[in-house]
Design a protein around this ligand. Structure first.
Ligand SMILES: Cc1ncc(C[n+]2csc(CCOP(=O)(O)OP(=O)(O)O)c2C)c(N)n1
Ligand SMILES: [Mg+2]
Length: 344
């Protein structure tokens, strides 16, 4: 613990050779630990799925951790965010307890959504996390309306909307994007659309699904400022996120970012053989593992030692083992709760 606080104290100083600003390094060790925890969570969730502990379906976030971590590191505690079904890491990185997240996957009453949502429908409103959606693109209109509501009610809070490359091909993307462009003229739509371009929508590559390769450029059609950037480098993502969030907060205008990332695992738990992509493409992408990139940067900045790395991995191991135990031992939701929380 003392070592962590020393590392965090050092993290306030601008020390990297490649000139990363101090703000990106501030508590970066904590975000590194968060990414390790999220990765470990996904490994264990896959194991639990194979053990028959998780019903429904399961999509892991392995490989994309720097995107959620970089953006959530800059999100104010009273801001809100939405994402799709690949949502475990988003919840964990926002601070939802690993036990409650795992229990939700197990369908238990102690789960983040009382065991009624499962893997794809995590929800933690107390932390500004408005879900977790299984219908591709279905959350984009909700996030856009929520952003409007935040500004309409006179606050300076902002909304992040994480979405997949595949979701951009749905009508549910284009209609709210147009509304956001319009509302943005009056400074009434403080949202950042964060396209997590992991190169695939299920087994279909972006090049086979999108008429244009530059997904960010599509936002031009709706007068939304846009950019594309590397989504594997936490410090770079965080720097970009800070600028974008500040701008959206001060102007009330929407902004869009295409984050170039990669899905290391198959689409979901049933996608075992992945015949649609060559094996060496995956191993090449794993060469830019976001956790290892950040680890190298932190070591270079003397913010992380071998002992720190070992301790962080051990802590993650313990936290996940505890989360599984909690999920296993938790009760099922009672049948009498079937109608609770349902709004007609
Ligand atoms: C409306 C709708 N159509 C189709 C599906 C089936 N489906 C589930 S995931 C997926 C691909 C989405 O890809 P992307 O948005 O890139 O997200 P990623 O899985 O890469 O995170 C599809 C077509 C769905 N869930 N909802
Ligand atoms: Mg995708």
């Amino acid at each position: 613990m003392a070592e962590t606080s020393r590392a965090q104290a050092r993290a306030t100083q601008p020390v990297t050779k490649d000139g990363a600003a101090p703000a990106e390094l501030r508590d970066a060790v904590r975000w590194y630990a968060g990414m390790v925890l999220a990765r470990r969570f996904e490994d264990e969730a896959e194991r639990a799925f194979r053990r028959g502990k998780i019903g429904g379906y399961l999509h892991v976030y392995t490989g994309q951790e720097a995107v959620a971590a970089g953006w959530l590191a800059e999100l104010r505690s009273d801001d809100i965010f939405f994402t799709a079904y690949r949502d475990h890491a988003h919840a964990l990185l926002r601070g939802s307890p690993p036990g409650a997240v795992m229990a939700e996957l197990f369908g238990k009453a102690t789960g983040l959504a009382k065991g009624k949502g499962g893997s794809m429908h995590l929800f933690d409103v107390s932390r500004g996390f408005y879900g977790g959606y299984g219908i591709v693109g279905g959350h984009i209109p909700l996030a856009t309306g929520a952003a409007y509501a935040l500004r309409y009610s006179g606050t300076d809070r902002v909304c992040l909307c994480f979405l997949g490359d595949g979701a951009m091909n749905s009508g549910a993307f284009h209609e709210p994007a147009n509304m956001a462009g319009l509302w943005g003229r009056d400074g009434l739509c403080p949202i950042v659309y964060i396209v997590e371009n992991n190169q695939y929508g299920m087994g279909t590559s972006v090049s086979r699904a999108s008429a244009v390769a530059d997904l960010a450029s599509r936002f031009a059609a709706y007068a939304i400022d846009h950019e594309r950037a590397d989504g594997m480098d936490f410090l770079a993502v965080r720097a970009l996120a800070r600028r974008a969030i500040e701008r959206v907060r001060s102007t009330g205008r929407p902004h869009a970012v295409e984050m170039l990332t990669y899905r290391f695992a198959g689409h979901g738990a049933a996608d075992l053989f992945q015949p649609y992509r060559p094996k060496d493409e995956v191993s090449q992408a794993r060469g830019r593992d976001p956790i290892l990139i950040l680890e190298r940067q932190l070591r270079k900045a003397a913010l992380l030692s071998d002992a720190d790395v070992a301790r962080i991995h051990e802590e993650a191991e313990r936290a996940i083992a505890e989360a599984v135990r909690f999920a296993e031992e938790s009760p099922e939701p009672p049948a009498t709760d079937l109608d609770a929380d349902i709004h007609a």
